[in-house]
Design a protein around this ligand. Structure first.
Ligand code: FMN
Length: 331
């Protein structure tokens, strides 16, 4: 697999050298982490990120289970460098043994997001693994680090997938950095070198990248989803709870998802209570999803999706991002 150059080590800017120091502490060569995207970031994508010098994360989303995790882990075998596992709080609660299986896999980092009880963090830290979680405000960040979280992910509202609706990335990052005593990664809409450079100079220890890697050749995304990402721009995304309600998934209401607009989101966004009471509409959604109807299938995507225009290997995306930060004049 291709590896990404770390030529910045010769002449890093201050934000960049601090980020590189964090990357090195966790065993990576560049401060880039892929977001643990359920149904997208499997072992192949994680392995490609790690092989390129970053920290590759396996994402166990709504459909996470011990078995699903065991299917993805073998991709990391033989790959030199650290990896992580990302879990969803309510999925961990409903899947006995999932957190334990993640700990037993000996990753460098485990994230559990979308929950209020951070009791898991101490168990992860006791195993010598860095606990991480996504936060959306200064008070969130303080609570998380008080609970023993070792890496905060400041996740701006422009990000893809689920997240609380609070602030765009830059003001949020400022708010989180003001209270943080642990490393902070920046997430939400990062897809170009200039954006990455800005968050590193602002004090982020790295980038947590979702949408810009979702269409990569190593992702688990089916072909139709990949095509939809390539064709979309940020204006084609919408924040909605319609799919969670339609699919009867127990996502907390404070975490809507940013997805590509579909006829289904046009019809039901803002009318989720009606959808909850309309079993025929929910059954119709289930039938369309079972038939893999691309016009209805939900695709998580952030506002940076317009930057995703080709299917390419992870190493190309990370290489372009990182070399654009350390050597902005080139290319
Ligand atoms: C396709 C996709 C799936 C996602 N699934 C998860 C998930 O399972 N668990 C999680 O913690 N975050 C998930 N996220 C959210 C990311 O952790 C992160 O907040 C987001 O990708 C950052 O914004 P960006 O997509 O603009 O880079 C997902 C994001 C995307 C795009």
């Amino acid at each position: 697999m291709e590896r990404v150059t770390t030529s910045s080590q010769q002449s890093p800017g201050s934000g960049i050298s601090a980020a590189l120091a964090w990357a090195n502490r966790i065993g990576a060569r560049i401060p880039l982490v892929n977001a643990p995207m359920g149904g997208v970031a499997g072992g192949r994508l994680a392995a490609a990120v790690t092989a390129a010098g970053g920290l590759g994360m396996i994402g166990m989303g709504s459909a996470g289970s011990v078995r699903a995790l065991e299917q993805e882990l073998p991709h990391l075998r033989g790959v030199t460098g650290p990896f992580g596992i990302g879990l969803v709080d309510w999925v961990v609660a409903g899947q006995p043994g999932l957190l334990e299986a993640a700990i037993e896999a000996r990753p460098a980092l485990i994230s559990v997001s979308f929950g209020d009880d951070l009791g898991w963090a101490a168990r992860v830290a006791d195993a010598g693994i860095v606990p991480a979680t996504q936060v959306y405000s200064g008070p969130d960040a303080r609570r998380a680090q008080d609970a023993g979280i070792g890496v905060l992910v400041a996740r701006g509202v422009q990000g893809g997938g689920h997240g609380a609706v609070n602030a765009p990335l830059l003001p949020l990052l400022d708010e989180v950095l003001a209270v943080a005593s642990v490393p902070v990664l920046a997430a939400g809409g990062i897809g170009a070198p200039r954006e990455l450079a800005v968050v590193l100079r602002a004090g982020a220890s790295g980038g947590w990248l979702g949408t810009c890697l979702a269409a990569c050749s190593e992702s688990l995304l089916p072909e139709a989803g990949r095509r939809a990402l390539l064709a979309a721009s940020g204006a084609d995304t919408v924040l909605t709870r319609a799919y969670d309600v339609g699919m009867e998934l127990p996502w907390p209401t404070r975490f809507p998802a940013r997805v590509l607009r579909t006829g289904f989101t046009d019809r039901w966004t803002g009318r989720e209570d009606e959808l909850a009471a309309d079993s025929a509409a929910r059954h119709a959604l289930t039938a369309a999803l079972d038939a893999n109807d691309p016009a209805v299938t939900p695709i998580d995507a952030g506002e940076g999706v317009g930057l995703v225009t080709v299917v390419e290997p992870v190493a190309h995306v990370l290489g372009r991002l990182w070399s654009g930060v350390v050597d902005p004049g080139a290319g």
